[in-house]
Design a protein around this ligand. Sequence first.
Ligand code: ADP
Ligand code: MG
Length: 719
Amino acid sequence: MCPLIPGSPQGGTDLEKHRDLLMVENERLRQEMRRCEAELQELQELQAKPATPCPGCEHSQESAQLRNRLSQLQLEVAENKGMLSELNLEVQQKTDRLAEVELRLKDCLAEKAQEEERLSRRLRDSHETIASLRAQSPPVKYIIKTVEVESSKTKQALSECQARNQHLQEQVAMQRQVLKEMEQQLQSSHQLTAQLRAQIAMYESELERAHGQMLEEMQSLEEDKNRAIEEAFARAQVEMKAVHENLAGVRTNLLTLQPALRTLTNDYNGLKRQVRGFPLLLQEALRSVKAEIGQAIEEVNSSNQELLRKYRRELQLRKKCHNELVRLKGNIRVIARVRPVTKEDGEGPEATNAVTFDSDDDSIIHLLHKGKPVSFELDKVFSPQASQQDVFQEVQALITSCIDGFNVCIFAYGQTGAGKTYTMEGTPENPGINQRALQLLFSEVQEKASDWEYTITVSAAEIYNEALRDLLGKEPQEKLEIRLCPDGSGQLYVPGLTEFQVRSVDDINKVFEFGHTNRTTEFTNLNEHSSRSHALLIVTVRGVDGSTGLRTTGKLNLVDLAGSERVGKSGAEGNRLREAQHINKSLSALGDVIAALRSRQGHVPFRNSKLTYLLQDSLSGDSKTLMVVQVSPVEKNTSETLYSLKFAERVRSVELGPGSRRAELGSWSSQEHLEWEPACQTPQPTARAHSAPSSGTSSRPGSIRRKLQPSGKSRPVPV
Ligand code: ADP
Ligand code: MG
């Protein structure tokens, strides 16, 4: 018997078992599917929730990745679901076909059973007939035949049945084959289901992992949130506590203030009562305060007066000390400067050096004149190696004294070509005393700017053939006059002399350039002309002390004198003779003035030349004079050098101010500069000679243009 024949308990069980198993499996898969769907739904809901704002949280990125992964998984699950439903459909179809086949098989089997039943019944009947026939005699033979006939029929029927049975068995085998195929199909779908299940398991584990991560993340976020809440809570508690404490403090303060407030209220009421009488009290208090202030002002005034008095005394003392110092040093200082030998000196014996110095004493100069050594002692001697700065160093103390209100004269004296202009003006690359002096004045004035206000003005003039010209004026050829002030003060002034205020080195350069241009356009041979004229740079420094109102005026005269060389009587005529006469006259006058000052004569002949007349307030009194005697070192100039040095030594021994150095005085002749004419000593009104006002700056000269004080004592005195 076939084990799979339907109806047989064995075969029916196997097929049904398979089908039942498949259906159970199917059901289980459906349930899993539903569960997965439910989870998915959950996840989707979670995903759909607005992302918890967690800026900067590292989990948000991870969460986004997980969400992406989840959506991928969802897609895959959807695909699998599709596949599963297809498989389900297929299984359903196969189950239907199987049920059909089973039904047909059942029908066939029932038919077969019926046929067998009928055949066996006929067989039994036939057996019974045969047996009954055998029991009968001859007729039995016949009967046997009949039976045989009948038996062959039966046999035929049997064979037919057997053939049918065979056919049925074939059909069953065929059905079994179909069943086998179906079993195989079932097996393969089983495998597919197993694979799908494995995939689903994998997805599930992934889902579980993602879910776990999400949960962890949510947990950590939750923890963070809780922590933050706890911290905030703790802080709030602390703050609350502080606020409570403050409140308690304020309460206690309030409690303590209440009595104070009561007292204040009482006081206020008391004051209110008092205020009614306040105007009277106020008047009283005002009166007394006014009196006190008045007294204080008086005291301050008197102490101010005292201070002012002391300050003035101090200034006087300073002036005295300065005068004393000047007296001790001598207020006429003479230095010599020897220029280097230049190409212009030529070559040969005439150009040999005739000047030597004392290595131990820088005030000694030796000159070899016509084979005879002659030595001179001056205040200082500069050798050819001395720089412009070295020379300036020597004169800068004089220059700064201008700021204190002293008048200063610096002369460059010497024969033409000895270096006067080089020392005074210098070159653009290496400026001389003029520019350095102004620079120094600027910086000194700046240092004092906190207390004093200074103005520095500059005039430039030239004296040629006894005519005074303004080098900064619009008409330099115009001759200027030195006049007495019409106000009867006895002061001098030069009407029309231009005065420029200078504030910087640039200004100075412009002024110098302007003066130079004026001179150049005026004279075709400037070199020759300048050696025969005196060039004056007059710097006036006016100061006002902001706190005391004290005023000072100091004047610095920088003079590049005309060449001191003597012109032989016979060698000159016409213009040259006139020039020489004028130069001699003015240089002699300078000598005369110095001689008169030295010998303290009642009359000092300032008016004998324009030069001395113009410079009279800078030559007299406690003014200071520095003469730079320029020396040519070469043999051919020794006569002039000797002459210059003699002149210098004599000038040096003269004093301008009180006290004297008479012991040092050498012989002096006002004629020494004159070859042809004696210095005319015009009698001067005595009032102008020594009319020193004892005090009051109002009478001080303001500028050489406005007023030139004739007095011998022209230092400013505090107001
Ligand atoms: P002065 O004005 O007395 O006639 P200068 O000043 O014109 O003489 O000088 C004559 C020449 O000598 C100029 O070329 C000048 O540059 C030069 N000289 C004068 N003194 C010096 C010195 N100390 N160093 C260098 N050169 C000098
Ligand atoms: Mg010169």
